[in-house]
Write a protein that binds this ligand. Structure first.
Ligand SMILES: [Zn+2]
Length: 259
């Protein structure tokens, strides 16, 4: 009887100790909701230091949604310049386009437009088309609540129109091409068509001018929409490439306007 009693006591003591818990071992449960009721799986509340509101992001579709513009609409080639306006690069592109007597579409970031209204004014004055490229180049904008998408697009248009009050902003382009159907619908409600592209030389990744030229020349065909950048980093190679590409594309295909 006696050894059994000792065993029972030892077992009881062990259960007591483990029941008291070892807070260091299970931090998620310790910091979770009160464990009064059975909660087999600890709930993962967002950590205070995590800033991304991950639960509100809808998934990105596997394929591009319907309703995107992916060709110029005629036999000509359309040039688009994203991520400006930028005081260093945008004037260089504008000078080149003016010298070639052609126009392009500029996809403007809202806060850049607010910062450089005189560049927005020059873009419009020289006959180029405007495209909303979101307020701060939010790659996940299309995945956010519809009200957030709408507010972002409106804020960006307001910044553009603060520079050019009656500016026509016919196009919207989601940063990174990470489109969702919801976003295409919001843009349409705000009077903007969704502008994708068909030729992407990936100039944002800083290839040489020769590589940018080669990529555009080999992929370009009648009706292409070419994506390049006049902001968001060192665009010297894009500028150098454009000195060849603008006259050459204009001679081969004619550089045209979106309609
Ligand atoms: Zn962009």
């Amino acid at each position: 009887m006696r050894p059994r009693a000792v065993l029972a006591l030892a077992l009881g003591l062990a259960l007591f100790l483990s029941g008291c818990g070892d807070p260091g071992k299970t931090p998620s449960q310790a910091s979770g909701p009160p464990a009064a009721t059975a909660t087999p799986k600890p709930t993962h509340r967002p950590h205070p230091t995590r800033t991304r509101p991950k639960p509100t992001l809808r998934p990105l579709p596997k394929t591009l949604p319907a309703g995107l513009r992916r060709s110029s609409g005629d036999r000509g080639v359309v040039l688009t310049f994203d991520d400006g306006p930028d005081p260093r690069w945008t004037p260089q592109v504008l000078d080149q386009l003016r010298a070639a007597h052609v126009t392009a579409t500029f996809c403007l970031i809202g806060r850049q437009a607010r910062r450089y209204p005189q560049l927005v004014a020059r873009i419009v004055r020289e006959g180029h088309q405007l495209c909303n490229h979101s307020w701060r180049h939010d790659l996940n904008l299309g995945r956010r609540p519809v009200a957030d998408i709408r507010a972002d697009l409106l804020r960006t248009n307001q910044a553009i129109r603060a520079a050019v009050p009656r500016a026509r902003i016919a196009w919207f382009r989601q940063p990174g091409g990470r489109w969702t159907p919801e976003e295409v619908a919001v843009a349409r409600q705000l009077g903007m068509r969704s502008l994708h592209w068909s030729v992407d030389p990936q100039d944002w990744d800083h290839p040489t001018a020769a590589t940018i030229i080669k990529r555009v020349e080999s992929a370009g065909r009648p009706g292409s929409i070419v994506l390049m950048h006049d902001g968001g980093g060192d665009r010297s190679q894009t500028m150098a490439a454009c000195r060849h590409l603008i006259p050459d594309l204009n001679r081969r295909f004619r550089i045209s306007r979106l309609r």
